[in-house]
Design a protein around this ligand. Structure first.
Ligand SMILES: [Zn+2]
Length: 331
């Protein structure tokens, strides 16, 4: 990327750009588990492309960071506190575009409208039975739904800086899932449903996430009050706080454990809810498109070849686990 372009990009977007959403671990688990949570017959189609859907889960963040795509950036968050009275906020993408300008979206995000917009596009892709569009839009939609369930993506206090809890964002969405996520149960059972009102459901999720944002920051703040710095952060030989690739502080295992216990299952709950919602939204788009037959989109041989793996992964998923996803642990 040319230097001048890079400078313009960082000038345009606030500090939140350096924060990743759910990290690689979280987004990959959400997307892969979403395929496993689907009902038949659409699961068979999606399973043929489960590796693409899993890898593509990180694409929206990659577009946001490395491709300096400023149109992408605001789709990942919303500052609900900046919208004023939420009863009168424009709920549809068209109404939001009328009321707010580009500067507002860059500053405060456009996550709810991005989700509704993606739903419309995915429904259309199903109607056209356009394979690459269905897969690309589904993967992206599950990413944005994942972001909606990351509590700090809906609050103006997105990194805890307003309440002196620097690093809270990265700790919650990356370090905790990487350290404890392999113990979680990703099987959301029968929670996948047709969603009658996608817009109302999207706003309900965001408001619930905002409440969780307050809780997770409070738990972090209360814990930090009583602990010395070396019990909270990993320090280098010179006593400085070690940071990750996003320049966010790395917390000690002991602190992660205390914090994770203090959150009483919130990380797992949010990830599971993101899976159930993503599967419900994909399913809803397919139903709203008139339940097109997807069995002839792929070659029969591909579906036949994948049948044994699907059966194996379904058995694994029953126990709450997924094939081949591992965490990059900091320690
Ligand atoms: Zn994101």
């Amino acid at each position: 990327m040319p230097k001048t372009k890079l400078r313009v990009f960082f000038f345009l977007v606030p500090a939140a750009v350096m924060l990743i959403s759910w990290g690689k671990f979280g987004h990959e688990h959400i997307n892969r588990a979403t395929v496993m949570a689907l009902p038949m017959p659409i699961q068979t189609f999606y399973y043929n492309h489960i590796d693409y859907i899993t890898q593509e889960s990180n694409e929206p963040d990659i577009r946001k960071y490395t491709m300096s795509d400023t149109a992408e950036y605001p789709r990942h968050f919303i500052h609900l506190e900046a919208l004023g009275n939420l009863d009168t906020v424009p709920k549809s993408p068209a109404a939001a575009l009328k009321q707010y300008d580009r500067k507002f979206f860059i500053r405060h995000g456009m996550l709810p409208w991005a989700i509704e917009d993606m739903m419309a596009k995915l429904t259309d892709a199903f109607k056209r039975k356009h394979k690459t569009d269905i897969l690309f839009l589904s993967a992206d939609l599950a990413h944005y739904i994942g972001d909606a369930y990351m509590p700090l993506h809906v609050s103006i206090n997105h990194n805890g800086t307003l309440t002196n809890a620097k690093g809270a964002h990265s700790l919650f969405e990356s370090q905790l899932p990487e350290v404890f996520g392999e113990t979680y149960n990703y099987n959301v059972g029968s929670k996948v449903k047709y969603v009658t009102d996608v817009q109302a459901e999207t706003w309900r999720i965001l408001l619930a996430s905002l409440k969780s944002a307050d809780t997770l920051l409070r738990v972090d703040r209360d814990l930090m009050k009583n602990l010395p710095q070396d019990k909270i952060y990993v320090l280098d030989a010179a006593g400085n706080i070690k940071t990750n690739e996003y320049n966010e502080p790395i917390h000690t295992y002991g602190y992660c454990k205390l914090y994770h216990d203090g959150l009483k299952g919130m990380v797992e709950r949010q990830l599971r809810a993101a899976i159930a919602t993503s599967a419900s939204f994909w399913y809803t788009a397919w139903v709203n498109a008139g339940k097109p037959d997807l069995s002839d989109i792929d070659k029969k041989e591909l579906t036949t070849r994948n049948a044994p793996s699907l059966a194996q992964e379904r058995a694994l998923y029953k126990k709450g686990k997924l094939f081949g996803l591992k965490a990059d642990k900091e320690f």
